[in-house]
Design a protein around this ligand. Structure first.
Ligand code: ADE
Ligand code: ZN
Length: 353
């Protein structure tokens, strides 16, 4: 058993006032690393297939669930892209988004930055406006409906050519899509950030915020490329930074946010077991880490499940949990006003369910 704070100097992160733990109280968190298509639960996959007259290659829920044994990122991506076939109409995208927000609210999520993969839908013949409008229609009232402020991130598939990403970003901008940031996801190894320099230049010029997956399966050097060549403000995953002490020092000094997804890393075999996860070492090193669910329908849990399992394995202290929550809020692309509101809630200004 390991306590995050035990025997280590207090990491150089933002100060957090720690309130005594209230049993049953959920910490207000920002979820910064979430693929909306990765929230499609097996039941919803079957319901949407039926609604759209799609015959799935599984006899039922049990056979589908048997496929959720992944050996690496690619083995997951194959199923993740295949299951998107059930997303056909704006209503499908809206229902998926509604279901995520409802569950996220119960997990304590108060701000969500949600990635979607437009190219994965375009390649299936689904128009951009169908996926964008479907998701955005639900995000538009999320604050009223669920108390969750949101930001939509257009994520680009790094295993496709940069030209495709440039074209789709151009279309998103032309249609005034309500996106606030871009991201980079899909098969990492062999598709380094440097491949997307022009895409990130274009997004920056358009005033979008910048994040990218790096150091999930790929090497620490991909994190350096994402910072130096793409100019990202945030790194999604980033766990492989621990292979490079100089990079860790740089990330700590610059307070670069790393949106870590512990259950995802276990399910995709980036680590052997949760007990082997570098999160405690990352916190102890003073890295600006947050806890996120990535693709919760595929990896066995939402943000609260990630926290709960971390707590069993590492005996997270109240201080560690509050720090992780504060890091998530500080690292978000929310307005300063919204961040202040959430930090006040976290620091005990308001009782949280
Ligand atoms: N797309 C959805 N989930 C992903 C992950 N964990 N890594 C890369 N691309 C993804
Ligand atoms: Zn991800």
């Amino acid at each position: 058993m390991e306590n995050f704070a035990a025997g280590t100097a207090a990491p150089e992160t933002e100060p957090v006032a720690i309130e005594p733990e209230v049993p049953g109280r959920l910490l207000p968190v920002a979820e910064l690393h979430l693929h909306i298509e990765g929230t499609l639960q097996p039941e919803l996959i079957f319901a949407l297939a039926e609604r759209n007259g799609i015959v799935l290659p599984y006899s039922g829920l049990d056979e589908l669930r048997e496929k959720y044994e992944f050996t690496d990122l690619q083995s997951f991506l194959d199923l993740y892209y295949a299951n998107m076939a059930v997303l056909q109409t704006e209503e499908d995208f809206a229902d998926m988004t509604y279901a995520y927000l409802e569950r996220a609210a119960a997990a304590g999520v108060r701000h969500a930055e949600i990635m979607m993969d437009p190219q994965a839908h375009l390649s299936r013949g689904i128009p951009l406006k169908t996926c964008v409008n479907g998701v955005a229609s639900v995000l538009a009232t999320s604050e009223e409906d669920f108390g969750i402020s949101t930001l939509l991130i257009a994520a680009f598939l790094r295993d496709l050519p940069e030209e495709s990403a440039l074209e789709v970003l151009g279309e998103l901008l032309a249609m005034n899509a309500p996106i606030g940031a871009i991201g980079l996801d899909s098969a990492e190894v062999g598709n380094p950030p440097s491949k997307f320099e022009r895409l990130y230049d274009k997004a920056r010029e358009a005033g979008l915020r910048l994040t990218a997956h790096a150091g999930e399966e790929g090497p620490a050097s991909y994190i350096i490329e994402a910072l130096d060549i793409l100019g990202v403000e945030r790194i999604d995953h980033g766990i492989r930074c621990m292979d490079d002490p100089d990079l860790v020092e740089r990330l700590v000094d610059a307070r670069i946010p790393l949106t870590v997804c512990p259950l995802s890393n276990v399910r995709l075999r980036a680590v052997d077991t949760l007990a082997d996860h570098p999160l405690p070492a990352m916190l102890a090193a003073g890295l600006n880490v947050s806890v996120n669910s990535d693709d919760p329908a595929y990896f066995g849990g939402y943000v609260d499940d990630n926290f709960a399992q971390l707590e069993t394995v590492f005996e997270l202290s109240d201080f560690d949990k509050a720090r992780l929550a504060a890091n998530s809020i500080h690292s978000s692309f929310a307005s300063e006003e919204r961040k202040a509101e959430l930090l006040e809630e976290l620091n005990g200004g308001e009782v949280m369910h």
